[in-house]
Design a protein around this ligand. Sequence first.
Ligand code: SF4
Length: 386
Amino acid sequence: MSNAAEEQIKRFSTMDDNIPARDRIIAWPRMGRIDIPLKALLTNLGAKIVIPPANSNEALEIGVKNSIEGICLPYKLNLANYIMALNAGANTLMMFQAPGSCRLGNYTKMAQKTLKTLGYEFDMVIFDMYRNKMIQTLHAFWHVTRCLNPWKYYKAFSLGFTKFFAIDCAEKMLLYYRPREINKGDAERCYEKWLKIIDDCNSVFLSKFLCSRIKNDFKKIPTDKKKNVPVIYLLGEFFVLLDPYTNQHIEKELGDMGVEVRRQIMFSGWLEHVLKPSLFYKKESHRERAVRNASKYMKRAIGGECIETIGDTVYAAKNGIDGVIHLMPFSCMPEIVSQNILSKVSREENIPVLSLVLDEQTGKAGYITRIEAFIDLVKRRKLKKR
Ligand code: SF4
């Protein structure tokens, strides 16, 4: 047996087997709407779950109180999600560790230690994305559910994955239609309606049609075809991009200002990149495109989404995008590096870039004022070009 395989078995065996599968109540950190597909996945394997409340000021307060000051904002919210879930009866916490040379690799160990110090009893199940991702993922789900029924796995994974893609599809449509709608709120209502339908769908067959039905429904929204809508790429750290509370609902703010947002990091894209073997990629992945475009400024990835931020900014400039907004949590190591390189990229590629740093001290008024000033600049620049 190879060393890697032996190590893998050792890692599996460190999971706590004291909690029988029938007594497990599973929870995971909140980030945008990942609760919808994860709920489908776990409940179809027969698991009991607790979904902690969506991120809020209350969660932030709990996270800040129990974390060291300098740690990044996503950790504080993840920790608060765990505490709230444990208080609601959870006894099994799920978290993934992904490749990259930033603090994400330490999140689980730090959270485990803090929660034990606070007196909580639980089992932490880690999806290690460093190697054998598919085996790790299947093993983690088997470990918490002890389900051995292949049909249940097929149903759970099919539903989970199609729901991830359907949510991203609805989000993309919302981002396109919000700045163009004639009746304010139409796109938002359509999006909320579809989130509910996606959540309620429990048929593998019907779930395959979700995306096309969502697109057709959004197309019925009356829009102003002549409106001059600037297009902005939204880039930066994964968590702050995907969690609307953490980014202070920036996509909605920009949409209401008449700007189309094209977020470059979508959960389904990331999932595909992480879980799908590169052998099955028919076209260049987002990551590969970013690495290719960033090569003038950066020779290798240094963790987080740093190389995507640089590569996507270059790509935006080459493709006539009007501007880039870069989001980063305070003290995020990879994004501090990209923030410093971005000023050069902006100058050399001739594209306006605004970097916004987010933490628990970020005030809404100042944040919005900076975005408004940037959008004014982008709009004037666009007019001048025309
Ligand atoms: S990418 Fe940045 S914010 Fe995210 S875990 Fe790493 S250091 Fe923290």
